[in-house]
Design a protein around this ligand. Structure first.
Ligand code: ADP
Length: 305
């Protein structure tokens, strides 16, 4: 398993010159819509090559370092495709801040068994060896990263239940304390105390995409799903599956095919709402009160179940 952490450049021109040769220049820049954190562009170079560029303010450069590390980790499993990251950099003159340059994915039609293949590839990623991704304990990641624009802590833990409590629920609950009344806070404490009664340890730790909703995969030139924009870490594969169900879900054939791969554990349906409480809390913290009702319901449901 090899990691390729991309080189960092101090200007887009320098980056293009080194990656594509001295005469490379941008002929056209088209804004790409759809992301909610960064500015995105499809660049056409003078030789016709397409590249995908993301930019953000200087202080958000860590978003790109983390994204590149997550994509490198996923790519290293060889299980599912991700766009190749070409380089990262900081261009305060032309771009006004940090950038990430990657392969442009030309969307093609989907293959007939798109969802089944996607499910099998995701399961293969979840079954890949994870030793290279954590520092000491089985769960975590070798660096903190971001879930949307929120910080995602990845300090290593030996048990999944400890990781999910210390690095997922507790930090988000603390950040959301201003939204939660005294009763919610008591329920939240009770929930954290009894997490071990609700969650199970996985059969094996898995590398997760970490933010697997419908906006974070695209169809590549092979007609299959390619993963983009990860918040990668080593955890319980169920957390990835749960996230796919949070905003509407994928087609049933995806779940049936995933189940065939033999990596599911009894009782997933009972736990998925708890995994998604993490994402709801993150949405509450990033986007505000619209998510408060769902957060309160989930806290109570799991605290008193
Ligand atoms: P953000 O980090 O702001 O959420 P995304 O990574 O989700 O941005 O990218 C924004 C949009 O750009 C996506 O919805 C997707 O359609 C498109 N996109 C992402 N990566 C690529 C790529 N490598 N090539 C072409 N289009 C891409």
């Amino acid at each position: 398993m090899a990691f390729e952490i991309p080189k960092h450049y101090i200007s887009l021109d320098k980056a293009l010159a080194e990656v594509f040769g001295n005469r490379a220049a941008v002929a056209q820049a088209d804004k790409v819509l759809g992301g909610d954190i960064n500015q995105a562009y499809g660049l056409t170079l003078t030789d016709g090559t397409h590249v995908f560029l993301k930019t953000n303010r200087k202080e958000n450069a860590p978003f790109f370092t983390a994204e590149a590390a997550g994509l490198a980790a996923i790519a290293s499993t060889g299980a599912i495709s991700t766009p190749r990251v070409l380089c990262s950099g900081m261009d305060c003159g032309k771009l006004g801040g940090a950038f990430l340059l990657m392969e442009f994915l030309e969307e093609k039609g989907r293959i007939a068994d798109y969802w089944e293949v996607f499910a099998h590839q995701l399961a293969d990623m979840h079954l890949a060896d994870t030793d290279a991704f954590t520092t000491e304990g089985a769960f975590g990641f070798w660096q903190d990263n971001f879930i949307g624009a929120g910080v995602q802590k990845n300090t290593a833990r030996s048990l999944w239940v400890d990781f999910f409590r210390d690095c997922r629920l507790r930090p988000q609950l603390q950040q959301a304390s201003g939204y939660l009344d005294a009763e919610d806070q008591k329920a939240a404490e009770r929930l954290l105390d009894r997490l071990g009664d609700i969650l199970v340890e996985p059969k094996r730790p898995s590398l997760l995409h970490g933010d697997l909703w419908a906006g974070n995969f695209v169809t590549g030139k092979d007609g299959k799903a390619w993963l983009i924009d990860p918040a990668a870490y080593v955890g319980h594969a169920e957390a990835d599956l749960a996230m796919t169900e949070l905003f509407g879900g994928f087609p049933q054939k995806f779940y049936d095919a995933y189940r065939e791969a033999g990596n599911m554990q009894e009782g997933y349906a009972e736990r998925k709402g708890l995994y998604n409480l993490y994402h709801l809390l993150n949405h509450l913290n990033l986007f505000g009160r619209a998510y408060l009702g769902s957060v309160k319901r989930a806290i109570r449901e799991y605290a008193f179940r």
